[in-house]
Design a protein around this ligand. Structure first.
Ligand code: XBP
Length: 250
């Protein structure tokens, strides 16, 4: 196991509520009578990519205006600005165990990478919450429109692995959603799932393990599926043992 490839939204932090607020504020500014409730947003999250999500919603909304792609792109750029303001001004807490695992990886020479559908500015504003230097901890950040197809297509993971110079089975992906798990599996990397608020009802067949989060010594994580049944703190050593098990099963 030579690298950990992190998804962003829902894994590093519970950011989707911030995205939902940013979408709604952008709609209001544009004079669109659209308000995505948490219940609706949970369903819309099955469409990955903000621009794609807006287009999907408008297509299925008979009373909504039909916007051109350029209009949707402009609306999405404003949404990204609003999201960045939300993250920069509100303390968006990192999920348990994320920064601990990053520190362990740096101490033990395990590479770190990001593979996300969200837009690059959103990744940068979030990582900067942990300090300006944190952006440099990642050997590669593959985000948003850098690849032709978004998750559940494997493109973003294939690009991250290429940039790392690693074979798929040399890395472990950490995801929170079914689409993200499928993307990593299609790229060939064993995947740990830490489900999030918006993905807690989804299914995660084939994951190395499914936990409520990565755990901290004082806050072991409940394990829903995987080689252990007791509450667990996901350390690099635990990941290495699960990675070896996954390799035996492959
Ligand atoms: C989550 C997504 C993104 C975000 C919104 O990406 O699907 O679309 O919901 O961000 P991941 P954008 O789980 O891969 O981090 O509006 O920038 O797409």
């Amino acid at each position: 196991m030579k690298a950990l490839i992190f998804d962003v939204d829902g894994v590093i932090a519970e950011t989707e509520e911030g995205h939902r607020l940013a979408f709604n504020r952008a709609f209001a500014e544009a004079g669109l009578d659209i308000e995505w409730s948490p219940e609706l947003y949970e369903r819309l999250l099955w469409v990955t990519g903000g621009k794609e999500r807006i287009a999907h919603y408008l297509y299925h909304c008979p009373e909504c205006p039909k916007l051109l792609d350029a209009d949707i792109a402009r609306l999405h750029r404003r949404k990204t600005e609003l999201y960045n303001q939300i993250v920069a001004s509100d303390e968006v807490p990192f999920r348990p165990g994320v920064q601990r695992l990053w520190r362990e990886a740096r101490e033990q020479g395990v590479k770190l990478a990001i593979a996300t559908t969200t837009s690059l500015p959103n990744v940068e504003v979030l990582l900067r919450q942990a300090g300006e230097a944190v952006l440099g901890w990642f050997e590669t950040i593959v985000a948003g429109d850098m690849v032709p197809q978004k998750k559940p297509a494997p493109d973003v993971y294939i690009q991250a692995l290429t940039n790392l110079g690693l074979a798929p089975e040399e890395a472990v992906a950490i995801e929170d959603s079914h689409n993200g798990l499928v993307a990593a599996q299609r790229a060939g990397s064993p995947t740990l799932v830490t489900y999030s608020h918006y993905t807690r009802e989804q299914r995660f067949e084939g994951a190395m393990a499914v936990l409520e989060h990565l755990g901290e010594p004082e806050l072991p994580a409940r394990v829903l599926a995987g080689p252990r049944s007791c509450a667990t703190v996901v350390t690099l050593d635990v990941l290495r043992s699960w990675h070896r098990l996954a390799a035996l099963r492959a």
